[in-house]
Design a protein around this ligand. Structure first.
Ligand code: UD1
Length: 427
């Protein structure tokens, strides 16, 4: 297993290219199941999770070719063709490695009339049920059965009729599954209290390019008029707002000045707002976002919430940054239980953080010192890298497979702006 060695203290300066969004890609790829024609996705990030999802798609008979792009480029283009679906079973071995696999349930069911998907199982950031995914599909007329760790969904003869569903809790994944099923339903479906994350807008935009009829895109009420068939499309994946936000925190914690090339400031609203309140200068234009931390950082209270609120996926990285801010900041995590697993590791690096339930109080500024650390999820791992960039001495981050799930060539991008960071094989 590889590890990252970071020697902290370098001020980051320069330009970082922002990759295509992982979480958008994970819902755009299964859209290929909805048509027999080819769907080409451009600007896919090269990540372990994306490779895993493409591998899962081959299980259903989806072929993929990789046009253009050299290995040394960031990102890749992929053409997915589901001319014929040869299986509608997503087995445990593939699903357990990647929770997002549940996103094949809606499109497989809509296209073939049945889908059998292994339950995703445990997850490091708390209990993550899929009850809302299933309830939304039931509201569209699906029959759901659970047996031997699998969920089997079947449509009545002639296909899913469609229906209405009010989400009791905003869920990104359940909204995505429901939208992907609704586009091929016989009638009109309405989703209320739907998630409004930019990745859902990206999903609706691809589906519309494939011939779907969706009203209310970007709002919490989606009206979807089912169509008989969808056609192929070529689509560019949106920029990764969480990757961009993470590098903004990395630049800010070093007192640096970085251009996030290709980032979309509009999608990053709450993160950029938080950064400004912490004392970071932020400028955003059509081609990217620039951040500069020239003065002292100030404490600021933050609460995660569904979009347009502050993304839970930014909480850990902002917490690292707040260890260097003057005063006490209160961070509330409202989306997931158990999402403070980075706190003990940050404390080992000298951070002053107290937690109670889903609230953390960060007191700063504290001098961080390098240490051997490891984290149990993707964003928590990134918070340790960010802390390492500001720490005195050497930080070793282990369990890099978490970072490789979500950050395309992380060490290379950080080296571009002057970080002293390298990847070594484990000893
Ligand atoms: C997605 C993102 C993840 C992000 C999260 C919240 C992907 C691949 N992952 O995850 O990075 O942190 O959104 O922005 O896009 N819930 C239920 N029942 C369900 C589904 C969800 O109770 O059937 C609850 C969850 O436990 C959680 C909340 O709803 O408390 C939000 O979860 P959800 O938005 O579904 O997250 P994911 O789609 O899994």
């Amino acid at each position: 297993m590889d590890k990252l060695i970071i020697r902290g203290g370098n001020r980051l300066s320069g330009t970082i290219p922002i990759s295509g969004a992982k979480n958008a890609a994970l819902t755009l790829i299964p859209c290929a199941l909805l048509t027999e024609e080819a769907v080409t996705l451009r600007n896919l990030p090269r990540l372990a999770d994306i490779d895993g999802f493409q591998h899962l798609m081959t299980q259903f008979g989806v072929s993929h070719t990789i046009p253009g792009k050299r290995p040394e480029d960031f990102g890749s283009n992929v053409t997915l063709s589901a001319t014929r679906i040869t299986s509608s079973v997503a087995p445990y071995d593939l699903v357990r490695k990647m929770r997002a696999s549940i996103l094949v349930l809606g499109p497989l069911l809509a296209r073939t009339g049945e889908a059998t998907v292994s339950l995703p199982g445990g997850c490091a950031i708390g209990n993550r049920p899929i009850d809302l995914h299933l309830k939304a599909l039931e509201a569209f007329g699906a029959h759901i059965e659970m047996a031997a760790g699998y969920v089997k969904a079947t449509a009545p003869d002639g296909g899913l009729p469609g229906g209405e569903f009010d989400f009791p809790v905003v869920s990104v994944g359940a909204t995505e599954n429901a939208v992907m099923a609704a586009v091929l339903c016989k009638g009109t479906s309405i989703l209320r209290n739907a998630a409004r994350e930019p990745e859902i807008v990206d999903l609706c935009n691809l589906l519309s390019a494939m011939g779907a009829e969706i009203e209310g895109v970007g709002t919490s009420e989606l009206t979807i008029h089912g169509v008989d068939r969808l056609h192929g499309a070529t689509y560019r994946v949106m920029p990764d707002r969480i990757e961009a936000g993470s590098y903004a925190c990395a630049a800010a914690i070093t007192g640096g000045e970085v251009r996030l090339e290709g980032a979309d400031g509009h999608d990053m609203g709450s993160t950029l707002h938080a950064l400004r309140n912490i004392g970071v200068e932020v400028e955003s234009d059509k081609k990217g976002v620039s951040v500069a931390a020239n003065g002292p950082l100030k404490a600021h209270n933050l609460t995660t919430a569904p979009f347009p609120g502050l993304a839970t996926d930014m909480q850990a990285q902002l917490m690292s940054l707040l260890t260097q801010a003057e005063g006490a900041s209160v961070l509330k995590e409202t989306i997931f239980e158990n999402r403070f697993m980075h706190v003990p590791e940050l404390a080992r690096m000298g951070a002053d953080i107290e937690t109670e339930g889903r609230t953390a109080i960060v007191r700063g500024p504290t001098q961080l010192t390098g240490a051997e650390v490891m984290a149990t999820d993707l964003r928590a791992s990134m918070s340790l890298v960010i802390a390492g960039l500001a720490a005195q001495g050497e930080t070793t981050v282990r369990r890099l497979y978490h970072l490789d799930r979500g950050y395309e060539r992380l060490e290379e991008k950080l080296q571009l702006v002057g970080a002293d960071i390298e990847r070594l094989g484990d000893d």
